[in-house]
Design a protein. Structure first.
Length: 242
């Protein structure tokens, strides 16, 4: 994206179209209940996530990929909340990659960038989003990340084999943002190769393309287990958000 790069160096704010894909087809087994519509301080978790995406100036449309039985309730939730940027709610797939592709194939072909954001990361901030989108404009692939705090061990069958250098390790978050054609081609190739992916950066990395990291936030947590809920509520209370 050399044209974007040139304008960014001049400090200009670009008019760029960014479609956001929200994969939300998981079955929430580790949470113990369906977390998409689960209240987080009396507001459905998914709605909190969508509020942040809706408020980002770079975002031109949001596409949610969810389970078939949730198409109607999710669509109604968005309608009742007056979310103007949620353009489509589609049926997701049996895994993350399939869900992202289902959303991608419905995205506006004129969108230069595709952002992919976990439905269960409702605490992402506008600052994190703006920084990663601008980095993706410059380099074509970017993701927010935070340095890991713990010492990590690589183990096989319960026996430690090595201790990676913590200074080189980062916990990657979402939204992960890519040039439209790049992420579409990368994910389609991963599916064709039968590769299972845990995040979308990995698809681009398989092609030998660099992914640039931007500052994430330790508050941008993924709500996966019941223990995450009081942490999220405490963060919202500290921010003064209802």
């Amino acid at each position: 994206m050399p044209f974007f790069k040139k304008l960014l160096r001049r400090g200009q704010r670009l008019i760029v179209r960014c479609s956001v894909i929200v994969p939300a087809a998981g079955n929430s087994t580790r949470m113990g209940e369906d977390k998409l519509l689960m209240p987080l301080r009396e507001v459905p978790m998914l709605l909190r996530t969508l509020w942040v995406l809706e408020g980002c100036g770079y975002v031109t449309e949001i596409i949610i990929a969810t389970r078939e039985e949730l198409i109607v309730p999710v669509g109604q939730l968005c309608k009742d909340a007056g979310l103007r940027k949620v353009r489509k709610v589609v049926v997701g797939g049996e895994n993350r990659t399939a869900s992202v592709l289902a959303g991608l194939r419905e995205a506006d072909p004129a969108s230069e960038l595709i952002a992919i954001h976990d439905a269960d990361r409702p605490l992402v901030t506008a600052e994190v989003m703006d920084q990663v989108i601008r980095k993706a404009m410059e380099y074509g692939a970017a993701a927010p990340a935070v340095p890991v705090k713990d010492t990590l061990k690589r183990a096989v069958d319960g026996v430690v084999e090595s201790t990676p250098d913590r200074s080189e390790l980062f916990a990657v978050q979402t939204p992960q943002v890519f040039e439209h054609g790049l992420i579409l081609g990368a994910l389609e190739k991963a599916v064709a190769d039968g590769v299972s992916l845990t995040d979308d950066c990995a698809a681009v990395e398989r092609l030998g393309m660099p992914v640039h990291l931007t500052p994430g936030s330790y508050e941008n947590i993924k709500l996966t287990t019941p223990e995450d809920l009081p942490v999220a509520e405490a963060i919202l209370e500290r921010r003064g958000e209802a």
